[in-house]
Structures are given as C-alpha cells and as structure tokens.
Design a protein around this ligand. Structure first.
Ligand SMILES: O=C(CO)COP(=O)(O)O
Ligand SMILES: O=C[C@H](O)COP(=O)(O)O
Ligand SMILES: [Zn+2]
Ligand SMILES: [Zn+2]
Length: 309
C-alpha cells in the first residue's frame, strides 16, 4: 500500500496486454467506491484530479482523502493531475505530492506544446514524478474547453515519435476517435486502430493513454432517464473496443463519465423510490455502492488489471 508513480504499473500492463483504469475523483464517496473496488479485485489504481475537481474539493482535502484511502487499503495508487493546462499548475501538483501529472498542450501549436511539455518533464523528473502529454485533439468537453468534432485532429504517428523523443515524456495521450463526455459517436462507434497500431509499432514499449474512454453504460443512462433525468442519445466506447485497445499498447484508460452516470443514476433512483428520506448517507451511500460495482466490472471484465498487484 503506497502512493506510487505509474512506471511499474505501465510496464506490467504493457507486457500483459491489459490497461490500468484512471478514474476521475472529486469527493469522498467517489474515492471510496473506486478504492474499495480495486481492493476487492487486487488492482492497481490511478486516481486523477482535473483542475476543476481540484478547485471543487480543495487541494488539501483531496490529498488527505487519497492518503486515507491508501492507509485503508492494500492498493498501489498513483495520484495524477488530469489535463494540466500550464507549467505552474503541474508544478503546484508536483509540489503537493502528486506522483504523476498530465500537461495537456494539445491546444497549443506543436513547437509550443513541445516547449512546455519539456519544461514540465524537467521539473517532474527532478522530483521523481512522471509526465503524460497529449498530441492530437479530442472532441468533446473538458472543463470550459469545448472542442467541436470539426476541430478534433487525430494524432500523427511520425509526429508522436518526434514528440516523445524531444520531450522525454513518460506516456502519451493520443486522439484516435474517442472524445470526452456522454456523446461520443453520432452513428456507429469507430476507433482508428490502424493509427494506434502504427503509433505502437513506432514507439515500442511506450505507454499510450486513451482519454474519453467511458462506455457510457446504458444501464446507468437508462436509470438516470427513468428517474427524472434527461440524457437522450448518450453513447460511449463499447467494451470490446477498449479491450482491443489495451492489446495495442494502451496502458491507461480514462474514465469519468461512467462514474458520474453511476453516481447520479443510483442517487436519482434512491430519492425517487424513497421520497421521505433525506439522510445524505443513504443516497450518497447508494451512489458509492453503484460506483464500486461498476468499477469492479471495468477492472475485471474490460481493463483486465485485476490480480496484478
Ligand atoms: O478522459 C477523461 C478524463 O481525462 C474522461 O473521459 P470520459 O468522459 O469518457 O469519461
Ligand atoms: O477530461 C475531462 C474529465 O472528465 C474531467 O472533467 P472536469 O474537467 O469537468 O472535471
Ligand atoms: Zn486534451
Ligand atoms: Zn481526458
């Protein structure tokens, strides 16, 4: 039980052809649900915090919650900054004890992305912290940034090689057709596996990261809609597509939307079925249980990282 970097996790995942789940967290119930699931099935974990989540939960609280989760479990946890948009934010998280940071320079031009990523890598590595970067542009919503489908660009394999060589990053998030949020595909879900395979061949033994990789589990979308929600036409990345990606060098699979849907669906259901209840422990507890069971399913049936501690 320790706070660790992702180095060993990724090495084993790459060799084993499976992926580690990177789950977005912003409160106690979400953290507990995820960590309890990982403990039950002996899986390493990446808990990731976006700038928005850090602001919401406050840095000091988040750090203590994750430390408490480590004391309470036998799980190796990497604490990761998700979509850091500046050197300063990455530095703050490194100084706060994060073991991994993402610098997302995908909105910058190529040379600027390289420049800042390199700066983050130098500071992070000097402090024993690993760095994820992003090349290419995913469609969808992250915090206030909304990238339309037309502005999304897939990662260029040759550029990925140049980028990794020149920045010294430890892992790279690529764009092959996934997107953030609950509306990933209009028609048939499709990922560019040819591009992924090309990148993996050009960068052997190098961990690739898939953002926007929630399945948007129909059970929870239906639960939200049945109990007063309004989330029509939501669609995510089917599970078999994620399993296939894990076989091609994808070592980290990011999941946020599925956590949100599980928590919200379970709470909506509980409140509708128990209108006289107003004890937060009751409905938040339902949400926490839903997250635990969903994450267990992900780890065992989709990511394949159970019993790898
Ligand atoms: O990539 C993500 C966080 O960085 C989350 O993606 P989803 O919206 O598919 O859960
Ligand atoms: O990549 C986006 C994640 O889902 C985090 O979302 P957020 O920035 O709204 O916390
Ligand atoms: Zn991005
Ligand atoms: Zn993301």
């Amino acid at each position: 039980m320790a706070l660790v970097t992702t180095t060993e996790m990724f090495k084993k995942a790459y060799e084993g052809g499976y992926a580690i789940g990177a789950f977005n967290v912003n409160n106690m119930e979400i953290i507990q649900g995820i960590v309890d699931a990982a403990r039950e099935v002996n899986s390493p974990l990446i808990l990731q915090v976006s700038a928005g989540a850090r602001k919401y939960a406050k840095p000091a609280y988040l750090k203590k919650l994750v430390e408490a989760a480590i004391i309470d479990s036998d799980v190796d946890i990497a604490l990761h900054l998700d979509h850091g948009d500046s050197f300063e934010l990455c530095k703050q998280c490194i100084d706060d004890g994060f073991t991994s940071v993402m610098f997302d320079g995908s909105a910058l031009d190529y040379e600027e992305n390289i420049k800042v990523t390199k700066q983050v890598v130098e500071y992070a590595h000097a402090h024993g912290v690993v760095v994820e970067a992003e090349l290419g542009k995913l469609a969808g919503v992250e915090d206030e940034v909304n990238v339309s489908a037309e502005d999304a660009t897939y990662t260029d394999p040759d550029q990925a090689v140049d980028f990794v060589k020149r920045t010294g990053v430890d892992s790279l998030a690529i764009a092959i057709g996934t997107s953030h949020g609950a509306y990933k595909f209009q028609g048939e879900p499709k990922l560019d596996y040819e591009r992924l395979e090309k990148i993996t061949n050009l960068l052997p033994n190098f961990p690739i990261v898939l953002h926007g990789a929630s399945t948007v589990i129909p059970e929870f979308v239906e639960m939200c809609n049945k109990y007063g929600g309004d989330i029509p036409g939501a669609q995510g990345v089917p599970e078999d597509m994620l399993r296939r990606a894990a076989k091609f060098g994808v070592c980290k699979i990011n999941i946020d939307t599925d956590l949100r849907l599980a928590l919200t669906g379970a709470i909506r259901k509980y409140l509708v079925e128990n209108p006289s209840q107003f004890d937060p422990r009751k409905y938040l507890g339902e949400g926490r249980t839903a997250i635990r069971e969903m994450v267990k399913h992900k780890i065992v049936d989709v990511l394949g990282c159970d019993n790898t501690l």
